[in-house]
Design a protein around this ligand. Structure first.
Ligand SMILES: [Ca+2]
Length: 406
């Protein structure tokens, strides 16, 4: 009955202009127009959620009017974006270049001093972050004897050069695959550095998402110099890598600290269905490949085709069909008051920007933005000016700013 009533309300709203009143949209950051899910396409997998609201949240729009400005274009397969304290930006390009983008959109030549990358497939130069210590941190697919693996390096930016460069962490074991490298960086409020990884897509890697002596398919927690924090959950456990924070992940390409709680949130790629939003907790198992909400690309079940198992954590939220996440940012700035508390996630598959409305640790609404841009969104970050910045696969750095009055 409620659904019918809300449908009638939506129809009434549509008849009088299609938008809820401004007062209504300000009461709760974003207003549900109906309780119908934003996602209307058929799911790939026949699975049911473990709890109400775990998937297909209601369409919930914030009715924010914004302009999309082009900060820079002509970037080559950009992947990661970070803001320097002086307002300039760092952008990685997957073939191996790290560039400085000026506030005026100017692009520097590649910063010298970075190690070589394996840029095949999904590899290359990946994420970049500015540490609270002022050092620059980045992830990349490191070419190695017998294959490659994700690595984390840091250095000091001195003009057009990176100096004091050191690799602070290496994902092991080395495998020969050009897929599922992770890898986002997120500094926690306590100064620890989270690094997300992937399981390399190939079957010998997939099984290692559950193995504690391998760094594939994990969230890693290290000190900025690469040392292992002594309060990590597996420190002292025989046969386990002490840098592991959580495990059972597939390919985590989005990570950010929730400013409301200080906790790490991540989004990982599922296969055919089953992209997951998780809040990875110390020492917990997030299930892959034993449980999940997607199918193999062939359409067959993954493993035994189960979604729940004792001792394995459920995702906070999942998508089927997938969004193919890349990059995420919590919105905690003042520029767009109606977006405060939202979580933005870059969408590769549907070529849009996903905005989630949260209620604590639950997803209660979903909206898709930038459909008209029509590009795969590779990273999303909030600038010091409060503008939402995104990188697109066609080489643009865009920023969303409040729509100027006519
Ligand atoms: Ca999972």
């Amino acid at each position: 009955m409620r659904q019918i009533a809300l449908f009638a309300l939506a129809a009434a709203l549509a008849a009088c202009g299609g938008q809820p009143s401004d007062a209504q949209s300000r009461t709760d950051q974003s207003s549900p127009v109906t309780d119908r899910p934003l996602e209307t396409r058929a799911a790939n997998a026949p699975y049911q959620p473990a709890f109400p609201g775990q998937t297909r949240a209601p369409r919930r729009t914030a009715d924010v009017a914004f302009d999309v400005e082009t900060v820079a274009k002509g970037l080559t397969r950009p992947w990661g974006l970070a803001f320097l304290p002086d307002g300039r930006m760092l952008v990685t390009e997957r073939p191996g270049a790290l560039r400085i983008i000026g506030a005026d959109g100017s692009k520097s030549a590649p910063i010298s001093g970075l190690p070589a990358v394996d840029a095949r497939g999904q590899g290359g130069l990946l994420d970049v972050a500015v540490g609270p210590d002022g050092w620059i941190y980045w992830t990349y697919a490191e070419p190695r004897e017998g294959g490659n693996g994700t690595a984390v390096a840091r250095g000091k930016l001195a003009g057009a050069a990176m100096t004091d460069v050191a690799v602070i962490w290496r994902m092991t074991p080395t495998l020969d695959s050009d897929k599922h490298f992770g890898s986002r960086l997120a500094f926690a409020p306590d100064g620890a550095l989270f690094v997300t990884t992937g399981e390399r897509s190939i079957l010998p890697g997939r099984a290692q998402a559950q193995k504690l002596d391998a760094a594939l398919g994990k969230v890693i927690r290290i000190r900025p110099d690469g040392a292992v924090p002594l309060d990590n959950p597996l420190v002292g456990k025989a046969g386990a890598l002490p840098e592991i924070w959580s495990y059972g992940h597939r390919n985590i390409q989005s990570a950010a600290i929730n400013p409301a709680t200080g906790k790490l949130w991540t989004v990982e790629h599922g296969p055919l269905g089953g992209d997951e939003l998780n809040i990875p907790l110390a020492g917990k198992d997030y299930g892959w490949p034993t449980i999940g909400y997607g199918l193999e690309y062939s359409g067959r079940p993954v493993g035994e085709g189960i979604t729940q198992h004792a001792g394995m954590e459920q995702p906070v939220y999942y998508w089927d069909p997938v969004i193919a996440p890349s990059g995420m940012a919590f919105y905690d700035a003042e520029l767009f008051p109606a977006w405060k508390g939202s979580l933005f996630i870059g969408g590769l598959k549907d070529r849009d920007l996903v905005r989630l409305t949260l209620d604590g640790d639950r997803v209660v609404g979903e909206e898709r933005l930038l459909k008209d841009v029509g590009q795969r969104i590779r990273d999303v970050r909030v600038g010091p000016d409060g503008a939402v910045h995104v990188l697109t696969d066609d080489g643009r750095l865009l920023k969303l700013v409040p729509k100027k009055a006519a």
